[in-house]
Design a protein around this ligand. Structure first.
Ligand code: FES
Length: 174
């Protein structure tokens, strides 16, 4: 009886990509793409854009739909810096640790960020306001060292400049 209920639910949901954890977005996504492994990255891009991260339930759905093991999906998500496993903060601050920025002291910027926000790269503050990440060259080497806030570039960065930006963003939201 229980099995029948589950089957009916899946039919009613009308999705071929697994009964557990899907929602309208994932259902539409599965309808939009062919179930072939080559589509994995593109589908992950859409998932990241929609949720702001790649939740476990979406990984499960893609795993079933594309017939790709969960471990492989996890490997892809953790390999590419554009994918994250946790939601990013309202302000995602990325410090460039590419060569040009690194030699100009971008590690100090990252250290300050970790000290002030008390989180590590890839994490988000408890209030959901800030997340931080390390990034490689963002194509603004002439302005090194560089950090970005939601993609907006802050060049010739210093610890003082970072403090100022953090204060401004915090004050905007009090
Ligand atoms: S190395 Fe940082 S912008 Fe190029």
């Amino acid at each position: 009886m229980k099995r029948a209920v589950v089957m009916v639910k899946n039919v009613m949901d009308g999705c071929k990509c697994g009964g557990e954890g899907k929602d309208k977005f994932l259902e539409d996504l599965c309808n939009e793409y062919k179930p072939i492994k080559d589509n994995l990255i593109q589908m992950l891009n859409e998932v990241q854009e929609h949720y702001g991260y790649v939740p476990t339930h979406a990984q499960k759905v893609l795993s079933e739909f594309l017939n790709v093991p969960m471990a492989e999906i996890y490997g892809v998500v953790t390999f590419y810096s554009r994918f994250t496993l946790k939601p990013k903060g309202k302000y995602n601050i990325a410090v460039c640790l590419g060569t040009a920025c690194y030699v100009k002291g971008s590690q100090k910027i990252m250290d300050r960020l970790k000290e002030k926000l008390k989180i590590e790269p890839g994490e988000t503050t408890k209030d959901g306001m800030f997340s931080i990440e390390e990034t490689r060259c963002v194509g603004a080497c002439g302005l090194a060292p560089v950090f970005t806030v939601n993609g907006e570039v802050y060049g010739k960065a210093t610890v003082q400049k970072l403090d100022q930006v953090l204060d401004e963003l915090t004050n905007k939201n009090v």
